[in-house]
Design a protein around this ligand. Structure first.
Ligand code: GDP
Length: 442
């Protein structure tokens, strides 16, 4: 996400950092490069103009702060300008209204509407809502099946639409059905076309006036850059959308759409799709996004992800085990599974401050396969071996390697790492206990 833009901006900052004091000329040169970087990232030219003017005004009017070098100061200013450009704070879904409320998803075909409907239902359920999926695209019969399948997979109820029904009627009947089923939030997956056309807009307007959704989200593909911005503008003019979901951000190295939409349409990006999996939807936080673009990391999102996947009870249990030196290879595997649930390791690395640049160094690429190997190795052990690793002798190692499709060296390495962790824990526990003991003495 944003890799190209981040690279470019960072090289500009690096040049600026070389100067002890910034002159007007340094700033002007730097800004020219920032402007180029933004244009190359496919940011709308009007937005670039506005942003550069804003950065310039702030940079020139800025008092010199003792704690920051001039270079750092520029990064800070760009960070603030980017944040403001994208809308400052995260805007939530609007669900205020008489239950059940409806959220309408609109957008072109292939933008990721159906997938996003599934992702949103997962997200809503986590906050205690009862979502209800409504397939309202009757022109592409596969669309109805796709949503029904998603519903079954997620165990979320889906309205039983058929291709011969009128989309407006589907939405009306679905509301009654949702209420009967005890659901409070309808997600309307409407029809998409390859291009914007009048008939489609008519139909969407009819749904809007009859169903009165509390929020209308335009789903747009980030990889289409400025097309996504124009689509958002047109849909907004016709339907007065509430916000945008920008999908496929995982494949978008430039970030032009993400940076332009708010400024051009005045409507916020509410969520971003960061992968094909149904858990890969994130709330869009302008401040965090600006930090990510500037390679300053996004620690808050990592913490939230960790909170989502970490089971509190398990964590306490695990801590007890660690204290008693009972942390087995099975626990090790469980830990790894939890980390993997947080998403791709490369993405997580990108959110750690300062890691953005390091991540790009070829020899530091995180090998996701390695984790799969480790899990396979542990899976190939017998339960006793997992609890008591000291019994794993040479012939057992050979068997485990063959069973997991890895090499004996891989098994050796894993056991060595594990043994090291155990040794370290023992040390910590010992000195920790001693410390505790001393504290308890009168
Ligand atoms: P619709 O025609 O608008 O309903 O689009 P779909 O939901 O069928 O999505 C089209 C394609 O985009 C599918 O292959 C999805 O898996 C993929 N897709 C959707 N959202 C994302 C995303 O955030 N990241 C990636 N990489 N793919 C996505």
């Amino acid at each position: 996400m944003f890799d190209t833009l981040s690279d470019k901006l960072n090289s500009v900052f690096k040049q600026l950092k070389g100067h002890g004091k910034l002159s007007e000329k340094n700033i002007a040169d730097g800004l020219r490069e920032v402007r180029m970087a933004l244009l190359e990232a496919d940011v709308h030219y009007q937005v670039v103009k506005k942003l550069v003017a804003d950065i310039k005004a702030r940079a020139l009017g800025q008092e010199v702060m003792g704690s920051l070098t001039p270079g750092q100061q520029v990064v800070k200013i760009v960070n603030e300008s980017l944040t403001q450009l994208m809308g400052e704070t995260h805007e939530e879904l609007n669900l205020a209204g008489e239950k059940p409320v409806a959220v309408m998803l609109v957008g072109l075909q292939g933008s990721g509407k159906t997938t996003t409907a599934g992702k949103l239902s997962v997200m809503l359920r986590k906050t205690g809502k009862q979502p209800y999926l409504v397939p309202a695209d009757v022109y592409r019969p596969a669309a109805i099946d796709q949503l029904k399948k998603l519903g079954t997979q997620l165990d979320v109820p889906v309205f039983d639409s058929t291709p011969d029904m009128d989309p407006v009627k589907i939405c009306q009947e679905a509301r009654v059905a949702a209420q009967k089923a005890g659901c409070d939030t309808l997600l309307l997956d409407t029809a998409g076309r390859l291009h914007i056309d009048d008939a489609l807009m008519e139909e969407l307007s009819r749904i809007r006036t009859t169903v009165r959704p509390t929020d209308i989200l335009l789903v747009a593909d980030a990889m289409t850059g400025q097309d996504a911005v124009n689509i958002a503008k047109t849909f907004d003019e016709r339907l007065d959308i509430g916000g945008v979901v920008l999908t496929k951000m995982d494949g978008d190295a430039r970030g032009g759409a993400a940076l332009s939409i708010r400024s051009i349409t005045g409507k916020p990006i509410k969520f971003i799709g960061v992968g094909e999996k149904l858990s890969e939807l994130e709330a869009f936080h302008p401040d965090r996004m600006a930090s990510r673009i500037l390679g300053m990391g996004d620690v808050l999102t990592i913490i939230e992800k960790a909170q989502e996947v970490v089971d509190e009870k398990k964590a306490i249990e695990l801590e007890k085990k660690l204290r008693k030196n009972q942390f087995t290879l099975e626990d090790f595997r469980d830990q790894m599974r939890q980390i993997r649930k947080m998403g791709s390791l490369t993405d997580i690395l990108g959110m750690i401050p300062g890691m953005g640049k390091i991540k790009q160094m070829k020899n530091l690429q995180v090998d996701e396969k390695e984790l799969v190997h480790i899990e396979a190795i542990i899976n190939s052990m017998t339960p006793r071996e997992r609890r008591q690793y000291s019994i794993i002798n040479g012939s057992r190692r050979k068997r485990i390697a063959a069973g997991s499709g890895t090499r004996v060296q891989d098994v050796n390495r894993l056991l060595k790492n594990y043994a090291q962790v155990m040794k370290m824990m023992k040390k910590i526990n010992k000195s920790g206990m001693r410390g505790l003991g001393r504290g308890m003495l009168p």
